[in-house]
Write a protein that binds this ligand. Sequence first.
Ligand SMILES: NC(=O)c1ccc[n+]([C@@H]2O[C@H](COP(=O)([O-])OP(=O)(O)OC[C@H]3O[C@@H](n4cnc5c(N)ncnc54)[C@H](OP(=O)(O)O)[C@@H]3O)[C@@H](O)[C@H]2O)c1
Length: 160
Amino acid sequence: MLSLIVAMDPKQGIGLNGFLPWRIKEDLQLFKQATVNHKIIMGQTTFMGLPKALPNRHTIVVTTNKEFTLDIENVSVEYDLIDLLKRYEHSDEEVFVCGGSSIYKQSLPYVNRLCISHVKKEYTVDAWFPEFDWNQFEKVKEVEFEEFVYCEYIRKEDVK
Ligand SMILES: NC(=O)c1ccc[n+]([C@@H]2O[C@H](COP(=O)([O-])OP(=O)(O)OC[C@H]3O[C@@H](n4cnc5c(N)ncnc54)[C@H](OP(=O)(O)O)[C@@H]3O)[C@@H](O)[C@H]2O)c1
């Protein structure tokens, strides 16, 4: 099973200069809670923007550059995102797609669940979450926080 996790502002902005445009502690805590002890998939750009590999989960970094390797505990590199998504699309294990823009765009057709923090304030950004058909998903959870609203959506055909 593939879940996608993202924080986006009202215009679907998600990043600035390779980093998150905001620092929202409660959202980082939610991200940690959701992804800990799981495999997480992220693009090479997003990974390189992290201060260090995220502890207590396995990060799969994707790049098309076959010469790119990383020798870091709990980090592996894959060179074909679509192949990776197909491997986990129907697995019992929940794997999280963690961005950024280009990885979200290519992953949307494969993911079963969206975990979205809708940040209330609009920020200056240079990276966006892709346009997609929200009608394909049904909202199943909504929790209000001071700076964002956390919502979960399930692909309609998967709603029991
Ligand atoms: N708000 C949030 O929740 C959130 C979450 C994550 C990231 N972000 C933000 O998103 C921005 C980065 O997004 P981005 O689109 O520039 O970069 P990205 O999606 O993190 O990484 C893009 C890279 O992934 C690799 N890639 C893309 N498609 C691939 C495929 N089919 N197979 C293998 N590798 C593939 C390529 O690496 P090569 O060029 O090396 O081939 C590509 O340059 C940053 O600002 C970051 O902070 C925000």
